[in-house]
Design a protein around this ligand. Structure first.
Ligand SMILES: *Cc1c(COP(=O)(O)O)cnc(C)c1O
Length: 334
């Protein structure tokens, strides 16, 4: 038996694409598949998104772009990250990757309020500039500031409406129509996760990833006995616990103590310190070894894990380790 199994449902990705295309009302959808599509598998998610009507792919590094170019010969691929070596620029040019430096087809990035990469004023676009882009800092948390950025972007780019203008991410695609312009760059919503950290179904999204394991050991702690490093959990009464063979090296974060997973259908709490290769759950009674444990999916959400860990669902899923030496990855299309 594998230690755990990751299932990516491309049917869910396709349905999320349809939801986004409906929200975008004619603007293009560009699938952001950086960081292995947030841990979901870049090539699989890209294929599903393109098949359902997405018009381009976005990544952060040239290496990510080149991997996609091998699979998708003609589709527009935009590398959104800064590229610094002339070797990378040459590779990008040869592979027809849209980029930020000179000599390739360029999307000029404007800083309208993110305060990271980007120009604060629009220089006169040269011939190889094909797009104008910016990135929203608060589309998920502060619609007022997002609107300010959209207004700045509109003013800075007004004279160049012939170029492809794009500023929206998933949150803006779903809830800020003024940000749609010509295309929206969406990542988290393709995966069916909420850019707002809410229940994804509120925005018509369906999580594509599920992660399952099983109880590898079941034992009863006597009063005063503990499980795991640091004796963080000490049994106050005789307590059945189960050990799940997944840990932080697999991407089940060390700060998920207290999170809930589903054990044989019931929600159960993670207790004690999460180890590199395993963690413990508190059980209501004795259960057989091999009982299924759902770490994500089927009512166990990345948003709930993120709240326990004090982070965002993006980080919860993009850190999952799909190395075949540790887990089995399955792609379905349901
Ligand atoms: C990651 C990223 C996106 C996608 O954001 P989501 O919230 O996942 O939709 C869009 N644009 C840029 C520049 C990004 O880095």
């Amino acid at each position: 038996m594998h230690r755990s199994e990751l299932t990516v449902d491309l049917g869910a990705v396709r349905r999320n694409v349809r939801t986004l295309l409906r929200a975008l009302e004619g603007a293009e959808l560009w699938a952001v598949v950086k960081a292995d599509a947030y841990g979901h598998g870049a090539v699989d998610v890209a294929a599903a998104a393109l098949g359902e009507g997405a018009q381009a792919l976005c990544v952060v590094t040239i290496a990510e772009a080149l991997e996609l170019r091998e699979e998708f010969g003609t589709v527009r691929i935009l590398c959104m990250g800064p590229v610094d070596s002339s070797r990378e620029i040459a590779l990008a040019r040869a592979a027809r990757i849209d980029e930020i430096p000179e000599g390739v087809r360029v999307h000029l990035k404007l800083d309208t309020g993110m305060g990271r990469f980007g120009l604060s004023e629009l220089v006169k676009p040269t011939r190889n500039v094909v797009g104008l882009m910016s990135h929203l800092a608060t589309a998920d948390t502060d619609a007022g500031f997002a609107q300010t950025q959209v207004t700045r972007f509109e003013e800075l780019t007004r004279e160049h409406a012939d170029l492809t203008r794009h500023i929206a991410n998933s949150a803006a695609a779903l809830r800020l129509p003024a940000a749609h312009f010509d295309a929206a760059r969406c990542g988290i919503a393709l995966c069916g996760l909420s850019p707002f950290g809410d229940d994804p179904s509120v925005d018509g999204l369906e999580p594509a990833l599920s992660w399952r394991s099983h109880l590898a050991l079941v034992k009863q702690l006597q009063t005063g006995e503990s499980t795991g490093y640091g004796r963080v959990f000490v049994a106050e009464r005789p307590t059945w616990i189960g050990l799940v063979p997944v840990g932080y090296a697999d991407g089940f974060r060390r700060d998920l103590t207290g999170a809930e997973v589903r054990v044989g259908g019931e929600l159960r709490r993670v207790v004690g310190t999460v180890s590199m290769d395993s963690f413990a759950v508190e059980l209501g009674g004795q259960l057989p070894v091999g009982t299924p444990v759902t770490l994500l999916g089927h009512g166990v959400s990345a948003e709930a894990h993120a709240r326990v860990a004090g982070t965002v669902n993006y980080e919860v899923v993009s850190r999952i380790n799909s190395d075949p030496r540790r887990t089995r990855r399955v792609v379905v299309d349901a």
